[in-house]
Structures are given as C-alpha cells and as structure tokens.
Design a binder for this molecule. Structure first.
Ligand code: FAD
Ligand code: EPU
Length: 351
C-alpha cells in the first residue's frame, strides 16, 4: 500500500502508511501506520481527538537522527514542524531566546552566532530538531545544551495540557533528562535559552585548541570556535547524507572509579575521564576499536571506519540487522572488558 494523505485539518497533516526512510538518518526502510506533522501548537488538542489516533500507540519523532527503528511502528508518530525564533526581554547578564521545536538545531545555532550571541558555538553541526535537544541534553566539545536552557515548554500527552519545565526540573545529565527517562509523555513544543552576554570561549576539549592554532587564531571569538568544531566534526564523523548513521551509537560508559583503575592497569591507553560524582567515564570508541570492530561489517550493517562509535548502514540494512550487529559489538566489549555499553539512540521495538 502506498502512503496516503488523509483529510488535512488546520494545523496538522496526517499521512497513512508513511515511509520513515527519509525520516531517520540510519536510512532504515520502516513504515508508520500514521504520521502526523504538527504545524501549530494550538492544533495539538484537536489532533489528539482525531479518530486516527483513537486507541493507537503514539511516539514522538524529530528529524530521526537519534533513533533506530527495528521494524515498522504500528501506531501514530507525531512530529513537530513548528517554526519561529523570538528574542524575549533579557537582563544585564543574558539574552533570552525562545525557539520553536520544529526548527533545525544547527540553523538555530548559526542564527545565534550571526546575531552576535555566544554560548552555543561548541554545539554547531549537531543534526536534529530543537525539540529533541533537551531530550538527551545534546552535548559536544565540552558543552551541553542544558547549560543554556532556561525552560522547556511541552504538551503533556497523558494529562492533555500544556506544561513548562524550569531548568532544574529537566534533570539534565550526560545524555540524559527527565524527558529521556519518560519518552512519549511530553511533546516538547519550544525551549527558551539564556545566552550570557559575557562568555569565555570553551576550548579545553581535546583537539579544539590545536585546530584553532592550525587556523591561525590566537584570541578566538565564538565564530572561530564554531569553525574549529565544524572542522573537527567533519573530519571525524561520517556524514549521514553520504552513509546512514545516528552519530554515536553507544554512550560513553560511566563506571565506578575502582573498576576503572583495574581496567587502566591492564589497558594504560584507555581514555578515561573522572566525573564530578567521583566515578569514571570511559571512551566507548576506544573499547570498540580495541575489540577489532572499527570498519567491520556484516552485510550492510557495520561500524564506521572513521569512528568506532558510529553504527552505519552501508545501503539496505534493515533495522533488525543493524540492531543485531550493534548487539554483537556490545557482547564483544562486555566479554573482553566486562563493561556494558548502553545505546545512545532510542531503539524502537528492540530494547
Ligand atoms: P529524533 O532522532 O527524531 O528523536 C530522538 C528522541 O527525541 C526520541 O526519543 C524522540 O521520541 C524524542 N523527540 C524528538 N522530538 C521530540 C519532541 N518535540 N518532544 C519530545 N520528544 C521528542 N548528539 C549529541 O548529543 N552530540 C553530538 O555531537 C551528536 N552528533 C551527532 C552526529 C551525527 C552525524 C548524528 C547523525 C547524530 C548526532 N547526535 C549527536 C545525535 C542527534 O543529533 C541528537 O540526539 C538530536 O538531538 C536528535 O534530534 P532529532 O530531531 O533527530 O531527534
Ligand atoms: N577514539 C578511538 N577510536 C575512534 C574514535 C575515537 O579510540 O575511532 C577515542 C580516541 O582516544 C578519542 C576518544 O575516543 O580521543 C574520544 O573521541 P571523540 O572526541 O570523537 O569523542 P567521543 O567520546 O567518541 C563524544 C560524543 C559525541 C561528541 C564528541 C565530541 C558520546 C556518546 N559521544 O564522542 O557525540 O560529538 O564526544 O564532544 O558522548 C553523539 O552523541 O551522537 C555524538 C557524536
């Protein structure tokens, strides 16, 4: 059966038997029974009352850059397509900006930089939507989005009402938040950020300082840090437009300091960072590469030969094949190092 658009009421569109292939960056060829695109926050209550949603399971999707569909989704997928960026009243310390969930994160970061606002430069070139950014508290090059998020607006799908979360209520952690722990409960509709007027560049993450030096920059402005991060990311990570992937497929594991010490005694080159709570964070990429998986493949499912943390679809791997390969990698690391890797993307139907 081919995709079919059904009646198009104001504020949202519905497509039956919708292909997800262009809606997930791992390029898995799955389908959703119904796909609902929301163009206006005000239409959410009407959408929830629509007969197509009655009794159906629902899930939320942004740009699909952090999901693995292991099969079809036999229910309704809701996607925020709302647009809009607005400068709110700020104060002496910070500019405040409200941005709609359907905006593309990287476009938004570039817009802030063009307006002369500092803060988000290390988070340039992360794929996906603004609405998904609080979900796993996106982070890169020593900075996390949660540091700048003042509040998150959402529609509570259980209680059927709009709600707002102050920063502390979001419970941001490493690739973690209250939203990630309760998927599909709150449909995030907008976020408000506080971007400090005085901002020191954050260039301590490995490689950033060297890249700035390579660019001949001594006193980096935010735009220079952004350029350095773009160069590093482009060199290290495969482009989903060229080869299907969802960025890091596993989180860097957090383990007790004593276990890390034992591992380091046998593997002195294993990158290991102390965490604020006295534990240790290990490089999952290093563990995977040490097990020989970098560049390995089985059919069209594999691990990138550019970065060991990136699961790739070489062409026509199904979600189930990608998931099976990821589990092989996880088993290999567990057997050799006694460390259990947790997937970073949401695995739909398989976990
Ligand atoms: P999706 O993949 O569509 O969804 C991800 C999760 O968010 C799902 O659970 C979904 O249900 C939920 N969700 C989506 N929209 C909403 C909403 N409006 N309300 C509530 N829940 C919602 N991530 C990093 O943190 N740092 C990186 O450096 C990084 N680099 C990447 C590089 C590449 C090449 C790729 C492909 C991915 C990378 N990622 C990175 C992962 C990804 O970009 C982020 O997780 C991004 O925030 C996902 O956005 P999305 O719109 O594609 O979300
Ligand atoms: N490494 C290897 N082999 C590889 C790649 C890396 O051994 O193939 C080792 C190297 O020692 C390197 C270390 O891993 O120094 C760290 O590598 P990198 O700087 O690329 O960072 P990462 O820990 O692999 C994390 C995030 C990325 C984020 C970068 C930069 C997670 C799970 N991943 O990767 O986020 O862009 O840091 O901050 O925390 C994502 O979440 O999808 C993502 C891409």
């Amino acid at each position: 059966m081919s995709a079919r658009d059904v009646a198009q009421p104001e504020g949202f569109t519905l497509t039956e038997n919708a292909s997800l292939r262009e809606r997930n960056t791992l390029r898995v060829d799955a389908h959703a029974a119904v796909f609902a695109e929301i163009h206006d926050d005000g239409a959410i209550p009407d959408l929830l009352d629509h007969p197509a949603l009655r009794g159906q399971p629902t899930m939320l999707l942004g740009e699909g850059s952090n999901v693995l569909f292991t099969g079809d989704f036999d229910g309704v997928i809701l996607g925020m397509k709302t647009r809009g960026v607005e400068e709110l009243d700020g104060d002496a310390a910070a500019t405040r900006i409200r941005v709609a969930a359907g905006e593309h994160w990287d476009d938004f970061v570039r817009w802030t930089l063009a307006q002369g606002h500092a803060g988000l430069e290390n988070l340039i070139l992360i794929p996906g939507s603004v609405g998904a950014a609080p979900m796993q508290n996106i982070g890169a090059y020593g900075v996390e989005a949660g540091e700048f998020i003042e509040s998150v607006e959402a529609f509570d799908l259980r209680e059927r009402r709009p709600v707002a979360f102050a920063n502390a209520q979001c419970q941001f952690g490493y690739r973690d938040s209250v939203f990630k722990r309760n998927p599909d409960r709150w449909l995030i509709t907008a976020i408000t950020l506080r971007l400090p007027r005085e901002h020191a560049p954050r260039i301590e993450y490995a490689g950033v300082r060297d890249e700035l030096q390579r660019l001949g920059i001594e006193h980096p402005a935010p735009i220079h840090v952004a350029d350095a991060v773009v160069n590093l990311r482009t060199r290290k990570l495969p482009d989903p437009k060229v080869i299907g992937n969802a960025g890091s497929f596993f989180k860097n594991p957090l383990i007790p300091a004593a276990q890390a010490e034992t591992l380091l005694a046998d593997n002195p080159h294993l990158p290991c960072w102390p965490t604020a709570d006295g534990n240790a964070k290990l490089s999952a990429a290093w563990l995977i590469e040490a097990c020989g998986f970098k560049g390995a493949r089985e059919g069209d499912a594999g691990i990138s030969n550019r970065h060991a943390l990136v699961l790739v679809n070489h062409g026509h791997a199904s979600g189930a094949q990608l998931w099976a390969f990821a589990q092989r990698v996880r088993e290999g690391v567990r057997e050799r190092f006694g460390v259990t890797l947790e997937p970073e993307p949401r695995v739909i139907g398989g976990f």
